[in-house]
Design a protein around this ligand. Sequence first.
Ligand code: F6P
Length: 319
Amino acid sequence: MKKIGVLTSGGDSPGMNPAIRAVVRKAIFHNVDVYGIYGGYTGLISGNIKKLELGSVGDIIHRGGTMLHSARCPEFKTKEGQQKGIEQLRAHGIEGLVVIGGDGSYRGAKALTEQGFPCVGVPGTIDNDIPGTELTIGFDTALNTVIDAVDKIRDTATSHERTFVIEVMGRNAGDIALWAGLAGGAETILIPEENYDMNEVAERLRSGQERGKKHSIIIVAEGVCSGYEFAKQLQEATSFETRVSVLGHIQRGGSPTAADRVLASRLGARAVELLIEGKGGRAVGMEKNQLVDYDIIEALGKKHTLDFDLFKLSKELSI
Ligand code: F6P
């Protein structure tokens, strides 16, 4: 393989830049040319493709976002869109593609692979919802952003003896809520993977208050319901003075943490190795701190599973 492409797609995540850097530097180290595809699959269809050099990825390791930009591209869900993409890749002499993104991006990579164009998926999303890897690039940074917000909200919650409902991202997965809730000492964590019982939530708040707790933090994953909707239900069931904070896209920005930079570097470099070894149609991941790769088509048939031991622990520690 002499020429490969790299793109970022879907919701951006902190750590995509170090992943791009790793792809470019690893490929050039092995005398493989690298082409950046700008604007995700939209840029692929329109041919927004430029050669990247060693210097093209200088000074980005610490930056959030993605220097290649990103997009959600409905046209790429169609056979025609995918064919246009393959034509662009072939016109540039590109023989393999690294796709950095979440499950939507993987579906695009899977479609290209099924049509005979080798792709390797690199898990880049704050949601941590990609099957086949324990961690996705951006999850750790997003968690740290959430915890920073939770710590600050806790200060004002204590001063005013209030209950705070904090809504976090994660799409249909509860990982951000769970990990941030555990690390931030939240009293209650609501995740889409498990139904909640409002009486139990209310009881927990009441018993905390009776023991002299001056505040309560409830983390709600967006996949459960909106923070405002939950707060409304809570106020109907209790008399606690409640405020809502929706953290929103702040969770997607910021300088990637060291953990995300290292993860991105390892996964990006491994993706290039696979293409050089002639192994397309794979996705890379991390299991027990070891690099793994697996069939991208099979992987999409699997479901990401939340760590229920961690959820149980969070309940035990927040009594
Ligand atoms: O997948 C990342 C994510 O931030 C989700 O957590 C969230 O549901 C979604 O993207 C928001 O998408 P958009 O930026 O298109 O509004």
